[in-house]
Design a protein around this ligand. Structure first.
Ligand SMILES: Cc1cc2nc3c(=O)[nH]c(=O)nc-3n(C[C@H](O)[C@H](O)[C@H](O)COP(=O)(O)OP(=O)(O)OC[C@H]3O[C@@H](n4cnc5c(N)ncnc54)[C@H](O)[C@@H]3O)c2cc1C
Length: 439
């Protein structure tokens, strides 16, 4: 891929699409950026290949661990972010006021609630959830389907954990074994998923439970086993589009609260988020091109960006887009926003300067499990206070190019447990800065 300041060498098709804002990437950062832009009435085009969203557990972390060197769990994420910004002033969160981070997350959660998929948060506290392998994790916002889980843990309620034969990578017994040191009040139950005798696929199970007859059968199978349980935990497959109805019907039938525990991949709560964005953004006026790739970016002499978008399949023509500004939300190595080879790490769309260790030998610490993490995990695009990528001297490279999400440098979202929050908050910050630029 190429980029540079020059007259666009791309032979522009007469049908070139024009827009005020072009967003690259359809992960949490790109989708959130498009949502925030649409709410401001900005004429937006979004292009993105498959994102990590279908893999994410669906819970939204703000800050779960700080400092990572001591693996200290953060109780109050807002106080934690204050400490983080003091200790790591180059962290992307430090580019934002706490009130801006809060506005970003609240705005997104309000949209999800309005779409029938509310999240629960506790005032100024992280919540504890069980992972698919039975470890505990601190997070900020939980989909309503998982809301009761933290209460079961904090009140040590007697609880029935259910799994299904054929659902790979999810074992109620393994979770209970792992949790034994924390809470001994779990029983397990394995029952066939209604209408399924072979392998179970989370997405198909969730879609099946959207239908009344399937959830009635599941409720009938669960009912006789409730016993003394004060709650029932199930893998996160309780509906795709109708989660509120699924939860209400199952709880009414079994008589106790139920809650979801995240599964291994693919993750239904992640897919639900993706589905909501994919339906909601076009309805808000965003022109979306999912499963398409930006193959070329060029800056015109008048300052606009010219992009080439490859078609999703060969029978379609490529698209040319002329944009007044752009936000890069292309993710890291998995998302393909960054590419690593023997010579170093490069950014794949604009060939921006990537903040990285000087030598490849310094990418990783000798100890694979080195608690503070590896330097390569903090490599990425450094930005100024307006989320504009900067060069090696710290100067913004373009006045109308912004970056957000996991591609940003000076953060380790995986260890810090801040993936979703960082994506949403930096997208908000980038759109804010971009709006000012667009006037
Ligand atoms: C397994 C897993 C579990 C996770 N669990 C959690 C969790 O429990 N809580 C939490 O808060 N976060 C979690 N996350 C993290 C969270 O999902 C990510 O931090 C966040 O999605 C990063 O978003 P992003 O949009 O910056 O990047 P990505 O999700 O990587 O998205 C980048 C996007 O850019 C696209 N792209 C790249 N190059 C191009 C191009 N040239 N043209 C078009 N498109 C392009 C990619 O295809 C992709 O759509 C998890 C992530 C993973 C992988």
């Amino acid at each position: 891929m190429n980029s540079g300041h020059c007259i666009c060498p791309i032979e522009l098709s007469e049908k070139a699409v024009t827009c005020d804002l072009f967003i690259i990437g359809s992960g949490m950062a790109g989708m959130s950026a498009a949502l925030f832009a649409a709410r401001k009435g900005i004429d937006t085009v979004l292009v993105g290949l498959t994102s990590e969203m279908g893999f994410a557990s669906g819970v939204i972390d703000l800050l779960g661990i700080h400092p990572v060197a001591t693996a200290t769990r953060v109780e109050d994420p807002w106080q934690g972010i204050k400490r983080l910004c003091r200790d790591e002033p180059r962290h992307p969160y430090a580019r934002l006021a706490l009130s801006t981070i809060e506005a970003a997350v609240t705005t997104l959660l309000d949209v999800l609630a309005a779409d029938g998929y509310p999240y629960t948060v506790r005032a100024r506290r992280n919540q504890t959830v069980v992972t698919p392998v039975g470890t505990l994790k601190s997070t900020y916002a939980l989909p309503h389907t998982m809301a009761h889980g933290p209460t079961v843990l904090s009140d040590r309620q007697p609880c029935l954990l259910v799994d299904f034969p054929g659902l790979k990578g999810y074992s109620a017994r393994q979770i209970v074994t792992s949790l034994a040191g924390h809470h001994g009040g779990f029983q397990t139950l394995r029952i066939p998923f209604p209408g399924n005798s072979g392998e179970c696929y989370p997405e198909q199970m969730a879609r099946a439970l959207d239908t009344v007859s399937v959830r009635r059968k599941l409720a009938a199978a669960l009912g006789p086993h409730v016993g003394a349980a004060a709650a029932i935990g199930l893998p996160a497959v309780l509906g795709m589009y109708r989660t509120q109805e699924v939860m209400a019907d199952l709880q009414a039938a079994v008589g106790v609260p139920i809650f979801e525990i995240p599964t291994m991949l693919p993750s239904v709560p992640g897919l639900r988020l993706r589905e909501i964005f994919q339906q909601r953004l076009p309805a808000m006026g965003v022109r979306t091109h999912f499963q398409n790739q930006v193959t070329h970016a060029q800056r015109l002499t008048d300052g606009r960006w010219c992009f080439v978008v490859a078609p999703a399949n060969e029978s379609e023509a490529q698209i040319h887009v002329l944009a007044r500004s752009a936000v890069l939300c292309s993710g890291r190595f998995f998302g393909k926003g960054l590419h690593a080879d023997r010579h170093g790490i490069r950014e794949t769309v604009f060939n921006l300067s990537v903040m990285q260790p000087k030598n490849r030998a310094d990418w990783h610490h000798k100890d694979v499990l080195h608690q503070p993490g590896h330097p390569v995990n903090r490599a990425g695009i450094a930005v100024d206070e307006l989320f504009r990528p900067v060069n090696d001297h710290g100067q913004p490279v373009y006045s109308n190019l912004f970056a957000a999400g996991s591609i940003l440098a000076h953060q380790d979202w995986m260890r810090q447990k801040c993936g979703g929050g960082l994506a949403i908050a930096t997208a908000y910050g980038a759109i804010d800065a971009c709006t000012r630029g667009l006037g």
